[in-house]
Design a protein. Structure first.
Length: 463
């Protein structure tokens, strides 16, 4: 049986897909190079914000269209969107054969087996947004089909932590991999639905992480990207003194030439021990992604991030002083309830003052079931998006000034695809890349001299 994989959402979601793919391979299935040419299409969904939900609906609908056209036997939907809206998804997509929640990844082979039982094409429904799915007509026989669908969305909050099958499968290519070290979230930010979808924070056992890391390095991976909803809290639930630095020092003892990059660092949780690791590790990439979300104290309080106000305002100065040459990235939000022209102006001034190397911005999306969804004085979406564009315009000016200083300099880079590399200052998927003017082996470290800036990317010659 060939399985076509469709991956949506963040890197943590991609790791879940790798776990499922590993189980499928062990069961004798084959992964299709093109999802459109597979027996079964597995759509791993995201539900973080409205645009992510719309993308999930569109991909499920597209897969169901392929099934109705006779181009695949079954469609399975998994991930956060299914976890949160299982009943709505089943009603809206009668052609969907099975759903799989985030706490049932190891049941994927059973679900695929059940999903491939013969079923007749049905009519799908339409999606109205904000977490609701509405019928565009009553499909004949949909009630009987709903009862026959395979569902693996255990009740209650997710509690498991999954280890990928070893040798670890990766869908990121030969050069780099994501190393998920924890699941769930310990924070309760007012705008975020992740804790309700993914459950409480729970660390993955150190032994299993190291086993996966060794397997990845052994197969040629040159960059381990440590990810979780909040990697800084790794080990806090073990209550035995194990923490993120314990893990990072253990990774350092793995033999080989590779980078270790930690992605996402809550500003008030960055410890001196972590910064010392970054300065002394033979593998550490001097790169810190510290998502601030906002800088105005009143907005941070409303976001339930009030405990991080002081750390937020001093983040860039502290980190640059502690780690010379560090690359800093952040994410900010516009249009949060209560954001006024004055509070937005303050954030804009702080973004300019802190001068981040990389920055992402998004307009506030009211998430069903979160405290922020019902807060008053929310700026209109038009205003939020205009402010987001203003932040991005400022960041482009900051980046242009910084990027010019790269021209003529030589850096070590990791080749991630034919003709494409990344510097240590460029994280996968979110930052720019380096376009090479000569061929280099994928998965190799090369020295490159930057010749030209191309938007957020560089052009370079291999030395």
């Amino acid at each position: 049986m060939t399985i076509g994989l469709v991956s949506l959402g963040c890197a943590k979601n991609a790791v879940d897909l790798q776990v499922m793919a590993g189980h499928l391979l062990k069961a004798g299935h084959t992964l299709a190079p093109d999802p459109d040419c597979a027996d079964v299409i597995l759509v791993n969904t995201c539900a973080f914000i409205e645009s992510a939900r719309e993308e999930a609906v569109a991909e499920i609908a597209r897969a169901c269209e392929l099934k109705r056209a006779g181009r695949c036997k079954a469609v399975v939907a998994a991930g956060c969107f299914v976890q949160r809206y299982r009943a709505e998804v089943l009603k809206a997509f009668p052609d969907l054969d099975a759903v799989l929640g985030v706490d049932a990844l190891d049941r994927i082979t059973q679900i695929v087996k059940e999903a491939t039982r013969a079923s007749l094409p049905r009519t799908s429904r339409s999606y109205r947004g904000s977490g609701t799915l509405a019928a565009s007509g009553t499909p004949r026989g949909s009630g009987a089909l709903a009862a026959s669908k395979s569902t693996a969305v255990p009740p209650g909050m997710p509690k498991k932590v999954f280890d990928p099958p070893i040798p670890a499968l990766r869908l990121t290519g030969a050069a780099f991999a994501y190393l998920k070290v924890a699941e769930g979230c310990a924070h309760r930010c007012a705008y975020c639905a992740i804790p309700a979808i993914r459950g409480k924070f729970r660390s993955r056992p150190l032994k299993s992480i190291l086993a996966e890391a060794r397997a990845l390095v052994k197969t040629g991976v040159k960059e381990l990207n440590v990810i979780a909803q909040d990697p800084m809290l790794y080990g806090v639930d073990f209550r035995d003194g194990t923490n993120l630095v314990t893990l990072l020092r253990a990774l350092d003892r793995i033999k080989g030439d590779f980078w270790v990059r930690v992605l996402y660092s809550y500003p008030s949780e960055i410890t001196d021990a972590f910064l010392d690791w970054m300065n002394t590790s033979p593998h550490a990439v001097k790169y810190i992604d510290v998502p601030l979300q906002h800088t105005d104290p009143k907005i941070l309080q409303a976001m339930a991030r009030g405990s991080a106000v002081k750390a937020t305002l001093a983040a860039a100065e502290r980190l640059r002083a502690a780690v010379p040459g560090v690359t800093l990235r952040t994410t900010v939000m516009t249009g949060f309830p209560g954001e006024t022209p004055a509070t937005f102006k303050r954030m804009l001034a702080d973004v300019k003052r802190m001068s981040f190397d990389h920055l992402g911005v998004f307009a506030f999306s009211p998430e069903e079931g979160t405290p922020a969804a019902t807060l008053p004085r929310r700026p209109s979406l038009v205003v939020a998006e205009r402010r987001a564009r203003e932040v991005m315009a400022l960041q482009k000016r900051i980046w242009s000034a910084k990027a010019r200083k790269f021209v003529g300099q030589t850096f070590r880079a990791l080749v991630i695809a034919p003709g494409i590399a990344r510097l240590a200052s460029q994280a996968p998927d979110v930052d720019g890349v380096v376009h090479l003017r000569s061929a280099a082996e994928v998965g190799a470290f090369v020295d490159v001299t930057i010749g030209k800036v191309r938007g957020f990317d560089f052009e370079a010659n291999e030395n």
